[in-house]
Design a protein around this ligand. Structure first.
Ligand code: HEM
Ligand code: HEM
Length: 178
């Protein structure tokens, strides 16, 4: 159970596991986008897809956990617009952990490619479907860029709390009682 002064180990562990996996996947995805077609690229895309599917499992679990409990409440008196902005960012970040892997899966299925986790096939390669592929590709490409912007704002907000306001917002997400 999260309280105002302390977050559960569960909340903290899920946040950091998914945060680092998402930042890694966003960076890895951008790198893949620039890489010319080659067998090596195919291998790397396989790793990107495997990690992405695993993220989806943890992210769905976390969304269910989040629907049962409220998003973090501010520790100090904060202007209403800032609270609303932080909450909107949290909702978008949470949504991103689900729409990125799902759009990636749609993109792959639409392109006729298989989807699996480190060699264990979950969806076999098929005929593909251009419309599904394009919808997935657009959400994955545009959503990825918007998510990077949201993560940057989220980290800047955290640093402002920690370095300027000097409150316990970051320490609370590191598991400390504040
Ligand atoms: C879970 C989080 C994920 C994140 C944050 C992520 C992020 C990204 C980003 C930023 C790109 C580059 C933008 C683009 O070309 O569209 C990308 C490319 C790609 N992603 Fe993901 N992705 C995730 C999961 C997945 C999953 C689950 C799949 C498929 C099952 C997938 C398949 C792909 C493919 C095929 C590309 C294109 C690589 C290329 O040929 O340029 N992604 N990803
Ligand atoms: C190094 C990078 C990151 C730092 C320093 C960071 C820090 C924090 C902090 C301090 C909070 C608590 C905010 C509060 O109490 O009001 C928080 C909450 C949150 N963060 Fe991050 N974060 C990072 C990356 C990410 C990423 C990449 C995502 C998702 C894509 C994310 C998603 C969330 C969500 C959804 C919450 C709301 C609470 C929850 O559901 O766990 N964060 N973050």
């Amino acid at each position: 159970m999260d309280t105002l002064s302390k977050f559960s180990k569960h909340t903290v562990a899920l946040h950091w596991l998914i945060a680092f996996a998402m930042i890694g996947s966003l960076a890895f995805g951008l790198y893949l986008e620039e890489l010319p077609r080659s067998p090596d690229k195919g291998f790397l895309i396989g790793i990107h897809k495997s990690i992405g599917v695993l993220i989806l499992l943890f992210a769905l679990y976390r969304v269910v956990h989040r629907l049962r409990s409220k998003l973090p409440q501010p520790l100090t008196v904060t202007p209403l617009w800032q609270q609303r902005f932080a909450t909107a960012a949290h909702i978008f970040l949470l949504a991103g952990t689900v729409f990125m892997p799902i759009s990636g899966i749609l993109m792959s299925v639409g392109g006729g490619h298989s989807v699996g986790v480190f060699g264990v096939e979950l969806i076999a390669a098929g005929e593909g479907n251009e419309v599904i592929g394009n919808i997935g590709g657009t959400i994955h490409g545009l959503g990825g860029k918007l998510l990077i912007l949201a993560v940057v704002l989220h980290v800047v907000g955290t640093l402002k709390h920690h370095l300027i306001d000097k409150d316990g917002t970051l320490r609370r997400m590191l598991g400390a009682r504040v």
